[in-house]
Design a protein around this ligand. Structure first.
Ligand SMILES: *Cc1c(COP(=O)(O)O)cnc(C)c1O
Length: 501
């Protein structure tokens, strides 16, 4: 890849040498653009030859970087070559088809092209007037998405940078609605709000509780069942106890697909309790929400119509570039009253008739993110997206079965979607600490090999290997390869352990 790029790059002269001023002419611009497209094309075509994760020591890349910024301009060819030499070896390749770690951040050509177009215009889409098409497209595609995932027409949507931000917006809106918008004006006085989420809730909920000034001591972590889903009875008990002790239950957050194991909290039962006690009901479906594009997966969302707010991330599993988080709310007035600030210099004649998305969240400035959603939906069509999702689910279920049937591997959580949670545990090993250490070492060695990348979590104190099958174009072949690498490494590590003891 390097040699083909370098050849063409060396023919490019510095763009402004002749001009004597720092402005790029049209032909140079075009040439550089072609260079980049060529580079990306080769990158994707050869991505499987690259290690999924670099095997390098901390600070190794930093050591290769100059101590200070360049004073004089470098040629574009030199910049690209330096990128290949210095930066590329330190990248983790999230689009590698053998990337099975965390949750994915998958993308697609449609999303990428849309992001290039959006970057080229680089509109700052804070208000309708600052780019009417961006605002109106966002409004429209969010309604498309709402309908596609089966949320009722009482919801409207807005794109946020991440689920963390969206959940913070939910907590802040709840706080303001419940305090009659007083805390925005006067700060906290003697409110004693409590918040509820399961023990398996994402860390962004803890963070949001802190940032919203609610205090992490007042976040009640509700016990989960053997499937790692919230136990509604425990939730109700906690709410009752807090009321008796003079607290005001403010908000309950249900996870539709936890990060640890994609456990699905009982949405209907949680919603019923939220309604009974008058709490704001937020659903964090950051990863799994994409599956709702499949009618056969809608069972997960039964009761979601009761929610006050709902978030899922097209930037995880819906082939849309990071960042793009879809946040839906029922009471958009509460959201806007929480965030709207209209200084004179931002007022326009259209304010009564249009959405100004700067008032629907935290940052003032916003990128044109709706464009990539629009391109993805048009490029694949709903059917195309559904087909890809079904493929991912099917491959994950294949892997689940293989693990289930293997004598020495064990599933550690249900597999409602495409995340498989498991460990290697031959019968002869009884001590869980040894099992955990063994599995950690299997994972580290596999990741170090660069052939695949997987990560772990802890479930009930058991080190759990996680494999997510959701890379845009991942094929059965790569999943089978990963499974065979896992078995080989497990066997080797076990032999080593036997020798050692
Ligand atoms: C990934 C994830 C988040 C955080 O999403 P960001 O967009 O990175 O903020 C929150 N909740 C769950 C369940 C997640 O899986």
């Amino acid at each position: 890849m390097l040699s083909s790029i370098s050849k063409v790059c060396s023919t490019i002269k510095k763009p402004f040498e002749e001009e004597g001023r720092y402005m790029m002419d049209k032909e140079t611009f075009r040439q550089q653009g072609y260079q980049i497209i060529d580079w990306i094309t080769e990158y994707y075509a050869n991505i499987e030859d690259l290690p999924v994760m670099p095997d390098i020591l901390p600070n190794a890349i930093k050591a290769k970087l100059a101590d200070s910024a360049p004073t004089t301009a470098e040629s574009f060819g030199d910049i690209l070559q330096d990128f290949e030499k210095t930066i590329l070896p330190g990248m983790t390749h999230w689009q590698h088809p053998s990337f099975f770690a965390y949750f994915p951040s998958n993308t697609s050509p449609y999303s990428l092209w849309a992001d290039v177009l959006a970057s080229s215009m680089n509109a700052q889409c804070m208000s309708w007037i600052t780019s009417p098409a961006a605002t109106e497209l966002e409004e429209r595609v969010m309604l498309w998405l709402r309908d596609l995932i089966g949320l009722p027409g009482s919801f409207v949507g807005v794109i946020q940078d991440g689920a963390s931000t969206a959940s913070l917006c939910a907590l802040l809106s709840a706080r303001e609605r419940f305090s009659n918008y007083k805390i925005n004006r006067q700060g906290f006085s003697d409110e004693k709000f409590t918040i509820y989420a399961s023990e398996q809730a994402h860390s962004s909920i803890d963070k949001a509780v802190r940032i919203a000034g609610l205090g992490s001591e007042y976040l009640r972590k509700i016990e989960v069942d053997s499937d790692f889903a919230l136990i509604p009875e425990k939730l109700e008990q906690a709410i009752k106890k807090d009321i008796e002790q003079g607290y005001t239950p403010l908000c309950v957050i249900a996870a539709m697909g936890t990060t640890g194991s994609t456990a699905i909290d009982p949405i209907q039962a949680t919603g019923d309790i939220a309604k009974k006690y008058g709490l704001w009901f937020h659903i964090d479906a950051a990863y799994a929400g994409t599956a709702l594009l499949l009618p056969e997966m809608r069972w997960m969302a039964k009761g979601a119509e009761m929610a006050d707010s709902f978030v899922f991330n097209p930037h995880k599993w819906m082939f849309t570039n990071f960042d793009c988080s879809a946040y839906f709310v029922k009471d958009k007035d509460a959201l806007i009253r929480t965030f709207a600030i209209s200084p004179e210099y931002l007022k326009t004649n259209a304010d009564e008739e249009v959405n100004n998305y700067r008032d629907w969240g935290i940052p003032l400035g916003r990128r044109f993110r709706a464009l990539k959603l629009w391109f993805v939906l048009k490029g694949y069509g709903v059917e195309g997206i559904q087909e890809k999702l079904r493929g991912h689910l099917k491959m994950a279920q294949w892997l689940r079965k293989e693990i289930e049937q293997h004598r020495d591997f064990q599933l550690l959580a249900p597999t409602p979607l495409n995340l498989v949670c498991f460990h290697f545990r031959p019968k002869e090993l009884s001590d869980i600490k040894t099992v955990n250490r063994l599995n950690k070492s299997i994972m580290d060695l596999l990741n170090k090999s660069g052939k695949i990348f997987l990560t772990h979590t802890s479930l009930d104190g058991v080190l759990t290997l996680r494999m997510v099958i959701a890379q845009t174009d991942v094929r059965q072949e790569q999943v089978e390869n990963a499974w065979s690498l896992l078995q080989d490494q497990a066997k080797k590590s076990m032999e080593k352990l036997r020798e050692g003891s």
